[in-house]
Design a protein around this ligand. Structure first.
Ligand code: F6R
Length: 601
């Protein structure tokens, strides 16, 4: 979380370039943003100073009002420590206002560091953990009687970084030298190398517009960017030879086109994403199936929406391939990893490839010698680079914070892989193509008008429940997450069998309960659950191929065996989107409190 962008070189519109870079990184956080640049002073006594601008809210069409400069850093924030205020937004400065710092991560020991710094007379303007860092640099320089010139800044930055705990990426500039200092542990930082200039950013997307020569900063590495790039190893600062990669990655910067929101556009892109996987992923899924076959213990990992893809995978591998494939939420895997051996296969699933709760357990799995085969959407992301084998999901740039097409891509790849394991790849391809066709039908106005009507009908409801069994349990969980994050309505998904173990107490007259009912072995049981809900006044909406008398409303899909999950999920995405609009939510692409890439624990 939080996006960082910095520039040092010959161009004099640093602030404009940084703003443009931050706009591309806004998916990492969008509650506030700020930029600091080094500016030549008109005052004969002071050569240069740092000009700073900070704003609360999304960047949108904002412009910056900073003087010409060839050195600067910027930040778009997702708050961890301290509320969403101008004071808490980055960059943060030291007491002299000569050092500016931007940060992604959490300085876990900031409180003790702050106490010491306060005792030494430093004053703090924000509630953030970040603010200790510029003061640590300042304190080091003061205590040694050094200045920012020469080795001063480099050494002070290195020693300050060595003092902090946690998973962090920190970038700093100062008013006296033409240098950027950067270091990381955990959170990503990427360096762009061009003629007489350097870029630093949280991900390659912001940099590739300027240069395709990239250095991926590794954990516990520090870099000084000025006239040259100087890479060192922390904590001691031994020189390292930087590996400059020439990338041929192309990132499209998606546009909304005819759609009002990216969310709706991305929902509409799903038939194409699913068909692409059906038609072009034969070799990749064969390789993945082989790795699963050869492994002794396979673990699917994911967070949020990707975790529901993983859960779906567990059911799917069991029903199609008769294989036990384990599943864990990424953040819980640390407590389960004791099972891992060099024979294990870990399959992390992630749209961004930057989720810390995936990146960290994958690192640990690698330390244990396990193989990592990832399903990842973002080319060049940390997970992409960590993996021994990767299947790129091919969903294209997903701009809306709410995952839609990345989820259908994840389950399509898992679907094809499970069938491939039992040599039925052709059957799976045809089923996926039928799913893509069905989604096309659902996206037509003739169909969506029913979903819109339902969204209006339920616009004042405070609770929505969704029940499913077997594979559809994962569908129920994913559908409720879409509703929660898009509409802020309380929604819960349950396994139908859990109803009588407590959940049924929540049902009142008129409570909307969606029933995910594919035409499989769960049908009779989930319909019985629907009857039990209806007997207590619940209002039942069935989603699936088979109608039942218990349904008060029915949203029909084709019957495409296990792939029925695809049209069912798309219906829930559309319902969430239209419910958000009917509740007056203006920007469903960027729901409150969320970020597209979750890089803090
Ligand atoms: C919800 C959503 C999130 C992500 C989760 C993992 O719509 O998008 O729950 O699925 O934060 O993100 P990735 O897939 O980037 O690892």
């Amino acid at each position: 979380m939080c996006g960082i962008f910095g520039y040092v070189g010959k161009k004099t519109n640093a602030a404009g370039m940084i703003l443009e870079g931050l706009r591309l990184l806004e998916y990492r956080g969008y509650d506030s943003w700020g930029i600091a640049t080094k500016v030549k002073s008109q005052n004969a006594k002071v050569k240069s100073f740092l000009a700073v601008e900070k704003h609360v809210g999304k960047i949108g069409d904002a412009k910056v009002d900073l003087p010409q400069s060839a050195l600067g850093i910027g930040h778009t924030r997702w708050a961890t420590h301290g509320g969403v205020t101008q004071e808490n937004s980055h960059p943060h400065l030291d007491c002299t206002k000569n050092i500016a710092v931007v940060h992604n991560g959490i300085i876990e020991n900031y409180q003790e560091l702050k106490e010491v710094l306060l005792k030494k007379g430093h004053s703090f303007l924000s509630e953030t953990d970040t603010e200790v860092f510029p003061h640590l640099i300042e304190e080091y320089l003061a205590s040694k009687g050094e200045t920012l010139q020469g080795k001063g800044f480099t050494e002070a930055f290195r020693l300050a970084f060595n003092q902090i705990k946690g998973l962090n990426a920190i970038v700093a500039i100062n008013a006296d030298t033409n240098e950027i200092a950067a270091a990381k542990t955990g959170s990503p930082l990427i360096i762009g190398v061009s003629e007489n200039e350097f870029y630093v950013a949280s991900d390659a997307i912001g940099i590739l517009k300027h240069t395709n020569k990239i250095v991926f900063l590794e954990d516990n590495q520090m870099v000084m960017l000025g006239k040259k790039l100087r890479l060192t190893k922390l904590p001691e600062g031994e020189e390292l030879e930087p590996a400059v990669n020439t990338l041929d990655w192309k990132f499209e910067d998606a546009i909304k086109g005819r759609f009002e929101h990216f969310l709706l556009k991305e929902i509409h892109e799903q038939p194409q994403v699913i068909s692409n996987i059906a038609l072009n992923y034969s070799d990749q899924t064969k390789k993945l199936a082989k790795l699963i076959k050869e492994s002794y213990g396979t673990f699917l990992l994911g967070c949020g929406t990707a975790s529901y893809a993983g859960l779906f995978g567990t059911y799917l591998f069991s029903s199609i391939a008769k294989r036990h494939v384990n599943f864990s939420i990424g953040s819980e895997f640390n407590y389960l990893e004791n099972y891992l051996t060099p024979k294990s296969l870990v399959i992390p699933i992630s749209q961004s490839g930057e989720t810390i709760d995936i990146v960290e357990p994958v690192n640990r799995a690698k330390q244990k010698g396990s193989k990592v085969a990832s399903l990842v959407n973002v080319l060049g992301s940390t997970l992409y680079r960590q993996s021994d084998f990767k299947v790129l999901l091919g969903a294209g740039s997903e701009k809306a914070v709410i995952g839609t097409k990345s989820f259908t891509a994840m389950i399509s790849v898992l679907f094809l892989t499970a069938y491939t394991l039992v040599k039925k790849q052709k059957e799976a391809k045809n089923l996926l193509l039928s799913a893509a066709k069905n989604v096309e039908e659902i996206l037509k106005e003739d169909y969506t008008k029913n979903i819109k009507k339902l969204a209006l009908e339920f616009k004042n409801k405070e609770h929505i429940y969704i029940l499913g069994r077997g594979l559809s349990y994962a569908t129920a969980l994913e559908a409720t997450l879409k509703i929660k994050e898009t509409t802020y309505v309380h929604a819960e998904g349950f396994a139908g069998g859990e109803l009588k173990h407590g959940v049924i107490a929540l049902i009142e007259k008129g409570t909307p309960v969606f029933i995910i009912a594919p035409n499989d072995e769960t049908f009779d049981d989930i319909i019985s659950n629907a009857q039990e809900v209806k007997a207590r006044g619940g209002f039942i909406i069935g989603i699936g191929p088979r109608k039942s008398d218990v349904f008060d409303r029915f949203l029909q899909t084709r019957d495409i065996t296990e792939a029925t999950i695809i049209p069912q999920v798309v219906i829930s995405q559309l319902f969430a989107y239209y419910l958000a609009l009917s509740r007056g939510i203006k920007d469903p692409d960027k729901p409150r409190n969320l970020a597209k890439s979750v890089t803090v624990k």
